[in-house]
Design a protein around this ligand. Sequence first.
Ligand code: XMP
Ligand code: MG
Length: 183
Amino acid sequence: MRAEEVQSDITRVLVTEEQIQAKLDEIAAQVTADYDGKELLLVGVLKGAVMVMADFARALPTHMTMDWMAVSSYGTGTRSSGVVQIRKDLDTDLHGKHVLIVEDIIDSGLTLSWLLTNFASRGAASVEVFALFRKPDAAKVEVDCRYIGFDIPNEFVVGYGLDYAEKYRNLRDVAILAPHVYS
Ligand code: XMP
Ligand code: MG
């Protein structure tokens, strides 16, 4: 795969690397204030949230711990179905922990809504969500999300951890995927 081929798969850049880093600093400052004196556990949802987690955790000046969950929501190509399966569960006991779920993107909201229900029975002191991106026009269920990076149009986006068929995660910016790639 050559670099020019990657560029021709992209319609346009939606959010740049610089805008993402500035937003992460802003949200890290809010989280630092909101969780003052509390034991914060960041839970990243694999694999999309890897980049957000890496940069967001380093934007926090406080102690925190990190854990990961892998879920797959079965669906076709660019749409999730809401049928969620745990592929890798947490290693951490949530009792007494203040959990902040770190997500790449909320599309229909089905995955996150399932995760929140799943977490509700695990004894955490609190469970909140930080999603770097949200597509308000794609929402099928309302998800209570405390921290949002960017509201974006209802287009399939890739980059900064977001993939199509496992590719494009390494792009530094977040960009709209050209329809010729998936149609
Ligand atoms: P739902 O619909 O359950 O979807 O909120 C959440 C998960 O679906 C993936 N997703 C995307 N991945 N570009 C991607 O690369 C997108 O535009 C997109 N929309 C949804 C993603 O894994 C997310 O966690
Ligand atoms: Mg995801």
